[in-house]
Write a protein that binds this ligand. Structure first.
Ligand SMILES: Nc1ncnc2c1ncn2[C@@H]1O[C@H](COP(=O)(O)OP(=O)(O)OP(=O)(O)O)[C@@H](O)[C@H]1O
Ligand SMILES: [Mg+2]
Length: 231
């Protein structure tokens, strides 16, 4: 199981929107079972999930204190990917979650305020040795500030090549617990999420290859490497 945190100290950068959309997209792309956790006291992701009719992705009710133990339980249950939404500004929660995650996604709007706020989240991730990916969210098509933001971010770390633009269906699809891929399949917004997930998925599998390389002969001899659900 891979744990993916979606975090940034900055409010409104798109954490909840991306956590929900990426979890649904990962499930649609065959990466499931996918589960979601909401560690934000605002509870926006849980409210969205409560409106949802589809049974997947799963939603795990937990707390920051219980998260580590619950991650262990989810692994045993055969969950393949876990997305964790986090609150803005509550540094202790963000640090806890990042420390338990295999990958951190930092959504950032192309604005000077968002870019200035990025440093604090990056420092947390670097201190905890968690690899990170920046995602530009809420970009205006063809605006110069988008490419300026991309350049600034890529100096701090890896930037996802798939940019998420400001599109009304990212917000409207979430009103009744869905995502843009479910409301408007084939739309530009759903295409952006498809591309973003494909990139993140590829990064995750590359991380796995790098990680298992030195011991790959042991793993290939192990019955657990056959992709069993409880792996
Ligand atoms: N790409 C986008 N296009 C249009 N609207 C968006 C986009 N991304 C986010 N939004 C809207 O912007 C607002 C903030 O997004 P969201 O709640 O995902 O941010 P957040 O980082 O989780 O906020 P918070 O810090 O309060 O938890 C929401 O109303 C959401 O619907
Ligand atoms: Mg949120």
């Amino acid at each position: 199981m891979k744990v993916i945190a979606v975090a940034s100290q900055k409010g409104g950068s798109g954490k909840t929107t991306l956590a929900g959309h990426l979890a649904v997209q990962a499930e649609m792309a065959g990466g499931g079972p996918v589960a979601l956790v909401d560690t934000d006291p605002q509870g926006s992701l849980s409210e969205w999930w409560n409106e949802r009719e589809a049974e997947t992705p799963l939603f795990a009710r937990t707390t920051v204190e219980r998260l580590e133990a619950d991650i262990g339980r989810m692994k045993k249950m055969g969950i393949n990917l876990l997305f964790v939404d986090t609150p803005p500004a509550i540094t202790s929660t963000i640090a806890n979650v990042i420390g338990l995650s295999d990958l951190l996604i930092i959504p950032t709007r192309p604005s000077p305020h968002d870019l200035r706020a990025v440093g604090a989240t990056v420092e947390l991730a670097e201190g905890l040795n968690t690899p990170l990916i920046f995602v530009v969210n809420g970009a205006t098509p063809r605006a110069r500030i988008t490419s300026e933001a991309a350049i600034a971010l890529s100096q701090h770390g890896t930037l996802a090549p798939a940019i998420i633009h400001q599109r009304v269906d990212f917000a409207s699809s979430m009103i009744d617990g869905r995502t843009t891929m479910e409301l408007n399949p084939g739309s530009r917004s759903s295409d952006e999420i498809t591309k973003l997930w494909a990139y993140i998925d590829e990064r995750l599998s590359r991380m796995e290859t790098n990680h298992t390389m030195p011991t790959s002969h042991h793993l290939s001899a192990s019955p657990a490497s056959n992709g069993a659900a409880y792996n």
